[in-house]
Design a protein around this ligand. Structure first.
Ligand code: NAD
Length: 524
């Protein structure tokens, strides 16, 4: 139980943080006795050590979750609401510390973490508290059943009244990526707790600090031992044993499409329920009858927000020929000298460092590929920015005072073929391809020419055109004249290689529940 005498605080200096697994309400070192270093993306320097957990650590965590399920699944909705609300309050109280570490560990700007991401976590816990307080959605039905001529026994005709019932699913595996670490945990954990299930979380190995601090919040909020367990480590050594564990009933995974295929294969063979939110390569269709200033300004945000490390990033912009050149001019004008890349702590910085050296290599690799294919590649940086020491030929930026950091310039690619891997594959960085089109049909065809289908934006002031085009786009979320306007009470998820799940609202509660149909013979 929480210590009621001492005020609850979180460490403000990374040197005071020793990350341990959180199993059955205790912080424990991994039985493997192994760890690896995590690196600060803005400096390239080691931040702290992460437990490199293995199968036995996972097994202990699942056992704790299975035991805790017996009581947690029977708690009242009122009790769960009070815990979810307390978690929200504690995140709010410790917002500054959590935002500081999210920025330090992930490379995102402190202002994005402070103003948007950590407040989103608060909102998510509050939302699911409110949702279950209103009650789970029920579907009811009545149906007469007569005795059939086939019956040989004396069965009376009757009416059967049926009603659906949501029951907690059991032990869930929650596996998350690095781009919005605590948001991802909250997005899955809040509905898991709300639904009465228990879980083992395997967060990304690249950004584990806020998840570790969050375990202290969970304990302080009164989450009973074993209800939430967190095991740190790699996908291979900790993630996969979790997916395979015989007592894990449900897997809620967000991450890359390739990992999703692997998890789907492993879990499918074991008949587990798997919910996947995967990658994207979202299009933005810009028609010549749109508000072009608004389209260009939002277009910039849609690819450079969070270093382009966002699943719904609009990384393919298709612009109708009459306004193609003007759109590019505006895109350059509104970026160069106005969008600052650099120190994530500086409130003037729009985006910070990419998450890792490996990811930097991946992103700059696509930039080199575009150059080799003969595309036009422009780095939209301000030549007079005193903080930029140099821009390399593949877009890597050297920032004064942060020379070891993983920074990449805002990159605009034109004169590239639709079939290029640069246009087809998810880059997950600040790199946008802008291509022209002539007709509405061509725009729809280009937008749908992808294996993904997470989101899309359509820009036009003609409502009938919007209706026609939006209906034809194969994506889970389609916006008109905006981007990333998510209503957390509505479903979010992708078509095709973007996943098989829908999250938020009741769709998230369904992931962590089993749905039964109870049918009563009315004897009439
Ligand atoms: P990733 O697939 O490399 O890793 C995600 C998680 O899976 C990590 O915790 C990792 O350790 C774990 N993992 C890896 N291999 C595993 C295995 N064999 N078994 C079990 N777990 C395993 O993804 P990433 O690089 O961390 O994240 C970036 C990706 O996430 C991008 O593709 C992005 O589009 C996607 N993403 C999607 C959404 C969405 O809602 N659709 C949201 C955020 C991020």
């Amino acid at each position: 139980m929480a210590n009621v005498d001492a005020p609850f605080t979180l460490p403000t200096d990374v040197k005071d943080i020793t990350i341990k697994n959180f199993i059955n309400g205790q912080w424990v070192t991994p039985l493997t006795n192994r760890s690896f270093a995590t690196v600060c993306p803005a400096t390239g320097q080691e931040l702290t050590l992460i437990p490199d957990s293995g199968e036995t650590d996972i097994d202990n965590a699942v056992k704790a979750a299975k035991t805790a399920f017996k009581t947690w699944s029977k708690t009242t909705v009122k009790h769960r609401v009070s815990i979810l609300k307390r978690i929200a309050e504690l995140i709010k109280e410790h917002l500054a510390v959590l935002a500081k570490y999210e920025s330090l560990d992930q490379g995102k700007t402190l202002s994005l973490a402070t103003r948007h991401e950590i407040p989103s976590c608060v909102h998510i816990f509050e939302l699911f508290a409110t949702m279950i307080a209103k009650g789970f959605a029920e579907t009811k039905g009545s149906m007469p059943f007569g005795s059939s001529p086939m019956e040989i026994t004396d069965i009376k005709p009757c009416t059967v009244d049926s009603v659906t019932q949501y029951v907690p699913a059991g032990v869930a595996a929650i596996i998350t990526p690095w781009n919005v670490p605590l948001v991802m945990i909250s997005q899955k954990l809040a509905p898991c707790l709300a639904a009465g299930s228990t879980c083992v979380i395997k967060p990304t190995e690249l950004c584990s600090i806020t998840t570790y601090l969050f375990t202290h919040i969970l304990r302080e909020a009164g989450v009973p031992d074993g209800v939430v367990n967190v095991v740190f480590g790699t996908g291979e050594r900790a993630g996969e044993p979790l997916v395979k564990h015989k007592d894990v009933r449900v897997i809620s995974f967000t991450g890359g499409t390739k990992t999703g295929s692997r998890i789907g294969m492993v879990a499918g063979a074991l008949n587990k329920r798997v919910y996947m939110e995967l990658g994207g390569k979202s299009p933005s269709l810009v028609f010549d009858d749109c508000d072009i200033h608004h389209a260009a300004a939002t277009g910039i945000r849609s690819i450079f927000h969070n270093q382009g490390e966002i699943c719904v990033a609009a990384s393919r912009h298709y612009v109708q020929n009459p306004i193609y050149k003007r759109y590019l001019e505006l895109f350059r004008e509104k970026t160069i000298g106005r969008l600052k890349v650099g120190d994530p702590r500086d409130s003037n910085t729009y985006y910070g460092a990419l998450v890792s050296q490996n990811h930097l290599e991946k992103v700059t690799g696509y930039i080199r590929m575009a150059q080799e294919e003969g595309a036009t590649v422009e780095f939209l940086v301000d030549p007079n920015d005193p903080d930029i020491v140099s821009v390399s030929s593949d877009g890597r930026l050297t920032i004064r005072g942060l020379e070891g950091g993983f920074f990449v310039a805002p990159t605009l690619i034109t004169d590239i073929k639709q079939s290029s891997p640069v246009v087809q594959e998810e880059i997950f960085g600040p790199v946008v391809c802008v291509l022209p089109f002539d007709s509405e049909d061509e725009a729809v065809e280009l937008a749908n020419d992808t294996k993904y289908g997470l989101s899309a934006s359509v820009w036009s002031l003609d409502q009938r055109r919007l209706d026609r085009v939006m209906r034809q786009i194969n994506a889970g979320t389609v916006w008109s004249n905006t981007w990333f306007a998510l209503n957390l009470e509505l479903p979010f998820g992708g078509f095709g290689c973007s996943g098989n799940s829908r999250e938020f609202g009741p769709w998230s509660l369904e992931i962590f529940s089993e749905i039964k149909t109870l049918s009563h013979n009315r004897y009439r």
